[in-house]
Every structure is written in C-alpha cells, then in structure tokens.
Write a protein that binds this ligand. Sequence first.
Ligand code: HEM
Length: 508
Amino acid sequence: MLLPLLLLVLTAVLAVVLYKQAYERPPNFPPGPPRLPVWGSYWLLLLQDACWLYRSAWAMADRYASKVIGFYLGAFPTVVVHGPELTREMFNRAEFAGRPDTVLTRVRAFGKRRGLFFTDGAFWVEQRRFALRHLRDFGFGRRMACAEDTLRDEVEELLALVRGECDDQEVASRGCVLLPHALHVPFVSLLWSMFAGRRFTRAEHAQVRAVSKAAATFVRNVDPMGGAVSQTPWLRHLAPKATGFHGVKTAGAVLTGLVKAALDEHVKDFNMDEAPRDFIDHYLAQITRDKADGVDCASTFCEEQLQVMGADMLLAAATTTTGTVTFALNWLSRRPALQRRCQAQLDAVVGRARLPSLDDRASLPFVEAVLRETLRRNTMLPLAMPHLTVEDTKLDGYDIPKNTLIFANVNSAHMDKDYWGDPEEFRPDRFLDEKGELLRRDVTMPFGAGKRLCPGETFSRQSMFVVLAALLQNFWFELASDKVTPDCCLPGLTLTPKDTWMRATPRA
Ligand code: HEM
C-alpha cells in the first residue's frame, strides 16, 4: 500500500517539477515553445523539421505570432530573430557580437578557443583586425593587379577543364562538368595565393578537392544550432559519428593540417628582414616581434591560432562561393531566357576576344543581379552563425539576458513575402531599375552585417562575379539530370548543393 502511494507522490512531484521547468523562463523573455527534459525545446524544433532548423524556427515564430522567439536549447536560453528589420538590428548591435563556446567549436581548435569563427572579445578583435589588414596587402577585400592576374589564371585553367582539356575525369567528362567540385580549385587557390603565397599546381588539384570535400563534410556535420552534442557533450563518447563530432574533428584536422604544412615550409626560409611574401609571413613576423617583447604567445599570436584561422578561411572559401556559383548555374539552366540575357550582355560589353574582368562589373548589371538573386534565394547560411549576448539587453521590447544564444533567421528576411512580394520566384530583375541598372539599395544580408560581417564578402563577390561571367561567356549550361533542382541541397551549417553534373556546350 505504501509503495504505490510513494510512487504516486513521486510521480506528482516529478510532474510539477517538469511542468515548472517547461514554462520557466527569464522575466520578459520572448515567447516560444516549452522546455522539455534534457534538450529543452530542441526536441520540438526537430519534430517540426529535423533537417532545416531555420524553417522550424520560422514556423514557431508564426505560431507564437512574434518575430522574436525564445526557448531553451538544453540548458542554454536561446533567441531567434525574424524579418528584415530585426535581423539587421540584431547584426548591428555590439551586445550581440559574442560567440558560444562548445565542444564542437573547440574540437577543431586544439581544444581551445581559436580562429575567427568562434572567438570573441579582445582576442577576436585583435586577430580579425590583423588578418584583414595584412590580407589586404595581397588583394583580399580590395582590387589589386596581382590578385586579379591570379584570378584570371585560375579562370583560364577552369575553362580548359570544362572544355575537357585537362584529363580530369573525376570532375569533367564527355562535355559535362561536376559542380561544385570543378569550382573548388579556382576559389581555394586564389585564397591560398594571398594566405600562403602560391597557387596550387595542377598536380595538387586532386588534393585541393579532397580538402574541399573535408570542408563540405565539416559543414554538413554541424547543425547551425550546435546540435545535441553541444547541449549534452557526453554524447560524443556514446555516438561520435551520429552527433557529427567525429566528422567535425576529422575534417577540421584536414584543414588545419594543410595550413600547418604551409607554415612548416615558411618557417624553413622565413626572414624577418625581408618583405613579407604572404599572410603567413606577416603572422610569423608578429609572433617573432611578440617573442622579442616578452609577450605571452599562448594567449595572442601563436601558430595554433594561425592554423585555425587559415582553416576557417579555407572552409568558407571551399563551400560558400562554390555553392553559390553552382546554385546560380542551376537556376540559369532552368531559366534559359535568363541565361541568354546574361550572355547577350556579356557579348555586348566584353565580346569573345578577352575574358571578363572586374573592370566590366559595373557594365554587367544583369550578371551581378543574378548573383544577388542567388545569394537571396539560396541563403547560404540561413541562420548566419550563432551569436551570444555579451550583456543584459533588450530587443523588440523583450529582455535578453547576458549569455543568451541568439540567431538571425536571415532566410526569413530574404523570403519575407511582405517585402519581396514573390520571394519563391528566381527573379534577378528585382535588383534592377527600369533602365536595367543595379539598384543602389540592397537590403539582403547574405554575408551578415555589423561587427561580425563576413570578412570574405568583397573577395567572394569579386571572384564569384569573374568566374560566373567567364563560364557564361564561354559555355551554354544545361542540367545533365532533371532530378537536381536549385533547392536540392544538403543541410548543415551552410547549405551545400548536391553533386550536380552539368552539360557545358561551348558557345558558337
Ligand atoms: C558566398 C560566399 C560567402 C557567404 C554567403 C558568407 C557568409 C557569411 C556569414 C553569414 C557569416 C556569419 C556572420 C555572422 O555571424 O553574423 C560569415 C562569417 C565569416 N566568413 Fe563568410 N561568407 C562567404 C565567403 C567567405 C569567404 C570566401 C571567406 C574567407 C576567405 C569567409 C570568411 C568568413 C569568416 C572568417 C567569418 C567569421 C567572421 C567573424 O566571426 O568575425 N567567408 N560569412
């Protein structure tokens, strides 16, 4: 008699505790789903749409009739912001510029907080500033003849590959080309020429593609909200593969390994008294200066930080730019009239005797509009990257405590019906005025905004423009299979297109 009574009391107490926990939240926190045991509201997000969490969050924003929703991911209070205005406001406010610190962010960074993606505070400010300042010396984020020459060389090699002149059956065969894989070399090699002082040779192209595959594995293994392993780190011991922990660890090691090999080469003949040959030399010079000044290298400039920073950049260059150009070509194959308009503009402005260059960018507004529309319609990072509030603050009338995870649902801004009218439609003309000129105002935020704005924005926009323009100048693109739609992509931290074979017919 006593035991059933005891069980009844225990069950009742447990029910009260769980009920209280489910609805307990910080005062004046945004509305949102209840907090269930262990993973909090993550269960409900997964139930809504296990693949695409930005869709789950948006559906919940609709359900709670609020552009700002709040819930718990495990023990972490979390907020997701929707719509163009609030998303921009969140990006632009310094209180939201922190980053979370989890097992996943550390496993790729020697167990520490290193790199640019997942660091914050004074360390991140100093490293980001240093990287941007010195990469600029080699054409990153600005126009520079040597970088444009390298880009032209890369484009020439790409065109030869697509024409089938390179005997590289893995990515180009019988008039067809495999995307995004065929695009990895030009973007990664351009970045590498600034970071490590040289392009990859043809013999190294297979290695570049292997590294890029590792980058894709990496982003596909990371759920933009960190996944179950960030909330319950012990899971990495029980299910390292299923939680993505193993994928992130091994792919991260491939990326840092490539930077380490370049670093070791540089150290052999580094000379402090000569002009830096590339970004690695700049970084080695700073390490040397710090050592001479007695600065603690473990906390500021150190080789591990250089490796993770390089891995961050390789990861971004190998996935986002290649993915965007793949999506653009996929749309143009499905909208032949739009492809013809690009080519007509290219023929009129550039002709066929030379390759398009950055000088032509202002005169090719339609090609530029195609890229802008692709970046809108296929938002590469639909939830951007996780931010963290660094102090107690307010947003849209709600209180957001310090150390709250906060996401900008960029996709909700890019697909907002009230703003765009027909967001589902691929319509580059929405970025042009009645004379066919680019509108000065572009409200999209594919690269984020504010203090965490993607440092690769200019590099990406410039290189994607030149690569896409050159491909369209020289080939007519059709999908080799009808099965791959432009929305056919794999989930992860960024969208990655599925492997797409395209028929590339040389233009008459
Ligand atoms: C189509 C191309 C690209 C897109 C759409 C893109 C988009 C983004 C977005 C949305 C963020 C997060 C912003 C935030 O957290 O608020 C980001 C961060 C970042 N991106 Fe990109 N990116 C692209 C290419 C690149 C390239 C080529 C590089 C480097 C070579 C790069 C390096 C970075 C870095 C280092 C960060 C972290 C910055 C920080 O937290 O301070 N990205 N990018």
